[in-house]
Design a protein around this ligand. Structure first.
Ligand code: UD1
Length: 429
């Protein structure tokens, strides 16, 4: 099986450009269902999750032409199905993003209950409760969610229990043609929500307030029209390279994203001892001082992103003292910590708190990527570890990072994809 092998101790310096945001591109692709015709999406990352979403759209009847590596022409004029099978939804939870667009276009949808990244329960009850308020009826059988709209979609006020990204997106898309006004209260405010609202408005929708906690959607009649749209830069890919530059010392310039989308991360990193220069399209990071422990708690945007928690814990694990990392978004997102402990980190988990005691260094080890961001953070730890670190289960990393190894190699890291033996067959022992 394939793994990523890193030799620790090399300097990394230079410039890296991030791709379009995975978490935006997937939803933009789903939204093209609502605009029959040829939609062109640019700055789309060439990653496994995008390929899965491509398969989802093709199963529904869309055709996709890859104009160049990052430009997709998605023709949704012939979409005539509204069912997304378990084989695809199980590969990627974000496949459920087609629920809203299918309801908007056909008034019905069948979507398998999600599986996806192994980071907690990841329920979709808020999507369902919100859509029910708009008049959607749900039946759940044999692992599938059957959604229908016997009386059409009718605008309503939906107050979310938690500012869920996925629920906000599905509600925003489903309500585009609802009768009257829909208000999403306690809406998620992530830059990817704003990108999706911009796309829908360019297509002819009437959405106001995206990026604030209250989003208002005025229902419009008739289908939306196809457009060309550029995906927002990936703040999490960017944050990962910023964390790496800060860990090793840099200077590393990370371009292709808006530094305001990493506001609190950059502020916390400055408190931890990183030097950060903000540029119009990125940042330059370096570090000349020891790392300082700093408490972190993850929260919906503009709070500290859960998707930057593992990379940040990797920095804190080498800080000169102790601090607490609190995970408020996903319940099961500390699996990375136990792998990092195999490399010498000292971390105690107490419920959704991790108490991180800084150690002087990591020692290279064989470790397993527990999920997408945890996998990237283990490669990051390998950059400064003593000797070699081999990270297996790298399909998690390939889901969300394009040319991860190549980009690190270009910065000067000693990193390769290698073949390693698979798990031992215990029946033969
Ligand atoms: C998206 C991102 C993911 C990021 C997360 C939070 C994509 C493809 N993924 O995931 O990378 O980490 O936002 O920024 O965009 N919840 C419920 N019921 C629901 C919906 C959510 O209990 O109906 C819970 C989840 O289990 C989780 C929390 O709410 O604990 C946040 O989930 P949500 O914001 O919806 O994240 P996703 O959209 O799944």
């Amino acid at each position: 099986m394939e793994a990523i092998r890193v030799e620790g101790g090399r300097a990394i310096t230079g410039e890296v450009t991030v791709e379009g945001a995975k978490n935006s591109a997937l939803k933009l692709m789903a939204a093209t269902i609502m605009a029959p015709g040829v939609n062109t999406l640019t700055n789309v990352p060439n990653i496994a999750d995008v390929h899965v979403m491509g398969k989802v759209l093709k199963r529904l009847g869309a055709s996709i032409a890859v104009e160049d590596e990052h430009t997709l022409r998605i023709d949704t004029s012939a979409v005539d199905k509204w069912e997304t099978p378990y084989q695809l939804v199980a590969q990627m939870r974000a496949s459920t993003a087609v629920l809203g667009p299918l309801l908007a276009r056909f008034g019905k949808a069948v979507v398998a209950m999600p599986g996806g990244c192994n980071i907690g329960a990841r329920k979709i009850d808020m999507h369902i409760l919100g859509l029910e308020a708009l008049g959607v009826k749900f039946d759940i059988d044999h692992g599938n969610i059957h959604a229908s709209t016997p009386n059409g979609l009718i605008g309503a006020t939906v107050t979310l229990d938690f500012a869920s990204v996925g629920a906000t997106e599905n509600l925003m898309m489903a309500s585009v043609h609802a009768k009257g006004t829909t208000t999403i209260d306690n809406a998620a405010r992530e830059p990817e929500i704003v990108d999706l609202a911009n796309l829908l408005n360019e297509m002819g929708a009437n959405i106001k307030g995206a990026g604030s906690p209250v989003i208002e959607i005025e229902g419009t009649e008739g289908p939306l029209h196809p457009v060309t749209h550029r995906t927002v830069g990936d703040r999490i890919e960017a944050g990962t390279f910023v964390a790496m530059g800060g860990l090793v010392g840099g200077p590393v310039t990370v371009r292709g994203f808006d530094p305001r989308h990493l506001g609190l991360v950059l502020k916390k990193y400055e408190l931890m001892g990183l030097d950060i220069e903000r540029l119009p399209d990125g940042v330059t990071v370096s570090r000349a001082r020891p790392l300082t422990p700093t408490d972190i708690q993850t929260l919906p945007f503009p709070g500290f992103p859960t998707d930057m928690q593992a990379q940040t814990m990797c920095l804190l694990a080498l800080a000169g003292g102790s601090c607490v990392v609190t995970e408020n978004v996903f319940e099961n997102r500390f699996m990375f910590a136990s792998e990092l402990q195999r490399m010498g980190a000292s971390i105690t988990i107490e419920g959704h708190h991790a108490i991180v005691h800084g150690v002087p260094g990591f020692s290279g080890a064989e470790v397993k990527a527990p999920d997408l961001r945890g996998g990237a953070a283990l490669v990051m730890a390998g950059l400064v570890a003593d000797g070699y670190t081999t990270v297996s289960d790298i399909h998690h990393i390939d889901r969300g990072y394009e040319r991860f190894v190549e980009k690190l190699d270009a910065l000067g890291a000693a990193v390769d994809r290698v073949e390693i033996p698979g798990p031992v067959d215990v029946t033969e022992l």
